[in-house]
Design a protein around this ligand. Structure first.
Ligand SMILES: NC(=O)C1=CN([C@@H]2O[C@H](COP(=O)(O)OP(=O)(O)OC[C@H]3O[C@@H](n4cnc5c(N)ncnc54)[C@H](O)[C@@H]3O)[C@@H](O)[C@H]2O)C=CC1
Ligand SMILES: O=C(O)C(=O)COP(=O)(O)O
Length: 593
């Protein structure tokens, strides 16, 4: 059945959007993943052979631990040395950490492919090497919401404590002194607070600071101005924020762009006597420059919860500075936040181990559950078309350029193809390599192998009930083991549809066929004449190969035809030879799905 493709509007989709975000600078050390872990369907293994093992490397709330224990063997081993972590990790399917554990490349290498999920029980994932996780196909999830209020409250606590010298005065009283004149503070009301990073924590700090009567401005190049306006906060430039503020509170993530954003140059632009709060990450401040700014009186005081190195060295000039109030990374440390974070991360890790797509995935697209359910048969179709297409390649310039066409009655914004692209990539790469491909590392792996996948949409008339009518995969600049698979445009072409929930192959080259994509497939080109189905069928029958499906596609009667035969098991060499010996058979190929 030929599809009506009017209006034949072709819309290139934003292909390979994931891979473009991934740093590719480091030398690659992809390791073959052991076979036993290849049952991965979506993100991680959908069917783990035995109970998975979760290593909890930092203290986690009881409720979260109980959730994990219902599903997995839980190994709570705190304060591991990097070497102990590397040793343990090869026995673990998931790892849960907070900010105190460095999950670096060597952790992924040492896991030898077993580690499928890293759960960060908190927000900041700067302690996890995301690029390495992605290369190794390991999903990283975090718990982005449960500690927001705790961090904001700690920011406000530090702000007020700093302004009124609470920590210093407390130490003084405890040492037997009564220095009322020394610890005269400054008021918050009417002062300007610059919130740097107007995300979840920054917004909550801003709300609370307004309640204290402060004038709040914010700098965040990515935050929507209307969200700021809604709570009476003006978004301003970086320079305006730091040069007009009496207090600066930092709430951005540590990224290459935010690393040491407060430095000698930027301190010099601040109002003399400014006060700084940091509950974000120590690395956003050049700590040596802060000491200089404190000594010069540019910065009157600083209240810090986070440090470039944690714990900081005991003789750190910054910590020992009289005008500095320090806490040991306590922002998220309330009972309530820790219970919340533990539940949030346990649910995310268990879901990911079950093969579900995580809502808090950091290094994979987040695909809502309902979209996933709808796309499931198309995901199978996509992988099988990829597998089939690559097995048809005989030589040429290698599998480098692949064009995927999705035909759908839905609008381009109503169809998320990232999952399909990942599975086509999996199908294309796995049969020809020892690399394990999943949704996390598909785009990365494609890019690393120089495989360029371009995507196109064909918008069809008709009901948008079905997400997709057909998917077509074309491999350019290659020769084929089955010449009939080369379409008129010169590419290996396979096309498939989902029928009654089952993926079918519906086109090979220019020939229309119809065979369900299960088990193995034999493709034969023959002179179109009566009795061919019977001849091939009886060879297979004699050799005890069960035929599940058969279909013949021809260009014109009595010319050439392509027969697609679905078989439950792959025929042996002798059987295939007997098929090849049938006089009217011109070429044939046996493909494993
Ligand atoms: N001390 C602690 O225990 C805790 C620390 N944190 C830290 O607080 C920070 C913020 O956390 P959330 O608000 O949950 O994250 P978020 O992702 O909701 O907010 C971060 C905001 O920073 C903005 N941003 C990114 N680059 C920026 C730049 N160059 N300049 C200005 N703004 C920029 C983003 O647009 C975003 O709005 C993170 O670093 C997190 O790790 C969070 C919880 C507890
Ligand atoms: O969530 C964050 O980003 C935090 O910094 C909290 O860190 P923690 O889990 O307390 O080690």
């Amino acid at each position: 059945m030929a599809m009506h493709t009017a209006p034949s509007l072709r819309i290139p989709s934003s292909s390979l959007s994931l891979s473009s975000k991934l740093p590719l600078s480091s030398p690659l050390s992809l390791r073959p993943f052991p076979r036993r872990h290849r049952s991965l369907v979506f993100l991680v293994s959908a069917s783990l052979d035995a109970k998975p093992t979760v290593l909890v490397a930092e203290k986690l709330g009881e409720a979260g631990l109980n959730l994990l224990k219902d599903f997995a063997n839980v190994d709570c081993s705190y304060n591991l040395t990097p070497e102990e972590l590397r040793t343990k990790i090869s026995l673990c399917d998931a790892l849960i950490v907070r900010s105190g554990t460095k999950v670096s490349r060597d952790v992924f290498e040492s896991s030898e492919g077993r580690l499928k999920v890293v759960g960060r029980a908190g927000v900041g994932i700067d302690n996890v090497d995301l690029a390495a996780a992605t290369e190794f196909g390991c999903l990283v999830v975090n718990a982005p919401t449960a500690n927001t209020v705790a961090a904001a409250e700690h920011g406000i606590a530090l702000l007020a404590a700093m302004a009124r010298n609470v920590a210093q005065a407390d130490a003084s009283v405890k040492s037997g002194k009564w220095q009322r004149n020394k610890y005269v503070g400054v008021s918050l009301v009417g002062k300007t607070l610059a919130v740097m990073g107007f995300g979840k924590v920054g917004t909550e700090v801003a709300r609370r600071a307004k309640g204290l009567g402060m004038h709040v401005i914010a700098h965040d190049p990515y935050a929507p101005a209307d969200r700021a306006r809604a709570i009476g906060v003006e978004l301003v430039s970086f320079d305006e924020a730091i040069s007009t503020a009496d207090f600066i509170s930092l709430h951005m993530p540590l990224t290459p762009a935010t690393s040491k954003v407060l430095n000698d140059e930027t301190f010099a632009k601040m109002k003399k006597g400014v006060r700084i709060v940091n509950v974000a990450r120590g690395g956003v401040i050049d700590e040596d420059a802060l000491v200089r700014a404190l000594d010069a009186g540019i910065v009157a005081q600083a209240a810090l919860d986070v440090f470039a190195e944690e714990p900081p060295s005991k003789d750190s000039k910054l910590i020992l500075h009289e005008q500095v109030t320090a806490t040991p990374h306590l922002g998220a440390s309330t009972k309530e936040a820790q219970e919340g974070v533990a539940i949030e991360i346990a649910e995310a890790v268990v879901g990911a181990l079950r093969g579900e797509l995580a809502a808090t995935a950091v290094n994979a697209p987040m695909v809502p559950a309902e979209v996933l359910t709808e796309l499931k048969p198309f995901v199978d179709l996509a992988e099988k078309l990829g597998r089939l297409a690559v097995q048809l390649v005989a030589g040429g310039s290698g599998v480098k350029t692949v064009k995927v066409t999705y035909a759908s009655s839905r609008g381009p914004d109503d169809l998320d193809t990232r999952l399909l692209r990942a599975m086509i990539t999996k199908g294309l790469i796995e049969p020809i390599s020892s690399v394990f491909v999943n949704l996390v590392n598909a785009d990365f792996t494609a890019k690393q192998r120089g495989l360029r996948i371009t995507e196109e949409r064909v918008i069809l008339d008709g009901s948008p009930e079905n997400p997709l009518e057909y998917v077509q995969v074309k491999i350019a600049n290659v020769e084929s083991r089955f010449a009939s698979a080369i379409s008129d445009s010169g590419e290996i072409t396979v096309e498939g549809r989902v029928k009654d929930g089952i993926p079918h192959l519906t086109k090979v080259g220019s020939f229309e066929v119809d065979v369900s994509l299960e088990g193995s497939i034999i493709l034969c080109r023959q002179v179109d004449q009566p009795g061919m189905i019977g001849k091939v069928g009886s060879v297979l029958g004699q050799e005890n190969v069960n035929v599940s499906f058969m279909s013949v596609g021809r260009i014109a009667p009595r010319k050439h035809a392509v027969m697609a035969i679905g078989v439950d098991e792959q025929p042996n060499k002798e059987t295939l030879k007997k098929i090849g010996d049938i006089p009217a058979i011109e070429e044939f190929v046996s493909l494993k799905l």
